[in-house]
Design a protein around this ligand. Structure first.
Ligand SMILES: [Zn+2]
Length: 451
């Protein structure tokens, strides 16, 4: 959709309302949502160009770069004196497609209703992109020279990550983007625990990810005289059931122990402490099993014979997420345990098992985030989490050793609405959270400037 569609005269693009952080961040987020960057195909360049205009007006050096003219990345930099650590604010400009079914408003209109901003990208992640850009612009207008460089990267192709035009390309081609610290998506939800405490999630790492082809082998036969005991597809069915019901081995990493300590889990066996933590909030009950276990999930099936032949083999494709530190050998071992005896199979890794980087929490950026939270939500604690999904934090952790956290405060929006509407219908965020996100990033930039 054309970015200018559905506008009124006073609502023109490129004219953020200055003077109020709320008006500025809401205006920018709406402008960005109105640019349809559904991936595929992406077409992120208009959003990057628009953002470039906004940041240049605030006096920031901006560059658009990339290999595909339709899918450029934005790099904005406020140069520091070199005396302090550098910080990158990251946000992808693409969004997942928004089939209009189940939406109550057009997905690219950026509707304001009942205190919410509704539209594709309102949660993932034109909200955070706008908040980070507005914080950069406000910092730049203050005229303060920071000690370390402050960099904003708005990258393309995060949602599919197949074209090698976004962050994977940037970290390879632009070593000058190496920063000590980074803030990105993946956390910031404020959870009210059963014990009355409040925690805010921070993503400090991600699981390793690959996909597997599990070839189940049998004996080819004519289907006209069926052997009820021996049919390759019977083995496939058993393998899928076994995979689905298998309890993958529990592994409690140092970062999960850090989460248990941060949340105040009473001392005891790991399994008891995890059960206690899971009982504190439904979101934790969902996430803890995947933070402490490998998952191998069947997602596809294929056979290669005409319908009158019992096939000699059939392929199950599986999504596989391993914990940081787990190897391909461990994937093979877990797969064998899960599939069980009596099923003949071989496995092929369709991609190398990649990722699994974690950032430490004993850092200056962590301390700044703690200070912010204490000011905004006194008594609340940061909760380090390993995310089962993938974000572009992976690339900067892997290439540069950057300490990257996923955090943008979500305080007013109900966490279920936030999580359920991400990639779903009526994607929405309370406007109050957009303001908190902008204020949080400005808080961090000001602290970094003085660090
Ligand atoms: Zn995202």
């Amino acid at each position: 959709m054309d970015a200018a569609a559905g506008r009124t005269e006073s609502d023109a693009p490129g004219q953020p309302v200055l003077g109020s952080l709320e008006a500025e961040v809401v205006g920018l987020a709406r402008d960005l949502i109105r640019m349809d960057t559904s991936n595929p195909p992406g077409n992120e360049t208009p959003a990057a160009e628009f953002l470039a205009g906004y940041l240049r007006e605030a006096g920031i050096e901006v560059e658009l770069t990339g290999t595909d003219p339709a899918r450029l990345n934005l790099i904005a930099r406020i140069p520091g004196t070199g005396e302090g650590p550098s910080l990158m604010l990251m946000a992808h400009t693409d969004v997942v497609p928004a089939p209009p079914t189940n939406w109550t408003v057009p997905p690219f209109d950026a509707t304001l209703r009942d205190g919410y901003l509704i539209g594709r990208g309102a949660v993932d992640m034109k909200n955070e992109l706008a908040a980070r850009a507005v914080a950069m612009a406000n910092f730049a207008r203050s005229g303060v020279r920071p000690r370390g460089d402050l960099v904003l990267v708005a990258e393309s192709d995060e949602e599919r990550n197949t074209a090698d035009v976004g962050m994977s390309w940037l970290v390879r081609e632009r070593p000058d983007l190496k920063c000590d610290f980074a803030l990105n998506e993946g956390g910031g939800q404020l959870l009210e625990l059963a014990n009355g405490r409040q925690v805010m999630t921070v993503s400090v790492g991600e699981k390793k990810v690959t996909s597997l082809r599990v070839r189940i082998k049998g004996v080819s036969a004519h289907a006209s005289v069926p052997d009820r005991e021996n049919n390759t597809l019977l083995s496939v069915s058993k393998a899928i059931q076994n995979l689905n019901s298998h309890d993958f081995e529990l592994q409690v990493s140092d970062s999960v122990r850090a989460s248990l300590d941060a949340i105040g889990a009473p001392p005891g066996e790991d399994s008891q402490r995890l059960a206690w933590m899971a009982a504190q909030h439904p979101v934790l009950a969902d996430l803890l099993p995947v933070m402490t276990r490998m998952t191998i999930t069947p997602t596809g099936l294929a056979t290669f014979e005409p319908s009158n032949v019992i096939p000699p083999f059939a392929d199950i494709t599986c999504d596989c997420r391993a914990l940081p530190g787990q190897s391909e050998d461990e994937v093979r071992r877990h797969l064998a345990e899960a599939i069980g005896e009596g099923i003949d199979y071989e496995v092929e890794f369709l991609e190398p098992l990649e990722g699994g980087y974690e950032s430490p929490t004993e850092t200056g950026l962590w301390a700044i985030c703690e200070d912010y939270l204490e000011e905004r939500c006194p008594g609340a604690t940061l909760l380090p989490m390993i995310t089962p999904g993938f974000t572009d934090s992976h690339w900067v952790r892997q290439a540069f050793g950057t300490v990257a956290y996923g955090m943008a405060p979500v305080i007013a929006t109900d966490v279920n609405i936030y999580l359920d509407s991400m990639h779903g219908a009526d994607e929405r965020l309370m406007v109050a959270d957009l303001v908190d996100m902008a204020e949080f990033h400005l808080f961090v930039l000001n602290r970094f400037a003085a660090a």
